[in-house]
Design a binder for this molecule. Sequence first.
Ligand code: SF4
Length: 273
Amino acid sequence: MVTTETISEYKYLRANKKFPSVWCAGCGAGIVMGAIIRAIDRLGISKDDVTVVSGIGCTARMPVYMDFNTLHTTHGRALAFATGIKLAKPGMKVIVVMGDGDALAIGGNHFIHTARRNMDLVAIVANNSVYGMTGGQFSPTTPTGDLGTTTPYGNIEQDIDTCKLAETAGATFVARTTAYHVFELERFILQALKHEGFSMIEVLSPCPTEYGRRNKLDTPVELIEHLRDITVPVGKEVPPGKFSRGILVNRKQPGYIRRYAELVDSVGGTWRY
Ligand code: SF4
């Protein structure tokens, strides 16, 4: 019998209070959550030194299940709340989990400015190309031509490249992977947790219920294999319609917390850092 002691993830879950989860069978949210937990476990820090923040959506349910300091906030505002936590507790590892709509539509403004500030946060965007929780509306990352409940004849808009946006706005660690490449995801999260400044990891994640079944990817297996196949490792030529997978940006640049501490110091103030 599996006990809470034998599986390390159980140590980090509100196993007896919040399960079963709301996620559909085949959803990528649980895969992403598992990778976050294992990366934190590998980092070897206390649960009390981690805060997980989210906004609204299927991905945003994650902090409900995770036994860290957690904050489930309003739609699109998770990065703003997380910024406040980081400034109040600069020693805390603050991880923000968002879906594509939460991060890039409702929260697009916060996404840009948190990256621009090089705020010391780890942002994980689980991109499933759809608003899953509210019933399959198209999102800023729905590929052109794809179907959703609000695009029954195909999306006519250009989709956002999450990683290019993060890089352009100033993020100093940017990576992309998929829920299929779960060990790679775990490795990237661990690296992001050690990075100074703003880290953003985009995870192409399956939503079989609201995206896959409308877009001729009828089973969770077909969908996750599709996500695997639309990525190519960094350094290889990227054909149209596909994405680079790997670490795309990794720059050393003082994070906001260090710069703020230096500013306070320079004017004779005191601040815990
Ligand atoms: Fe996951 Fe989609 Fe179901 Fe939401 S609707 S729980 S994103 S599969």
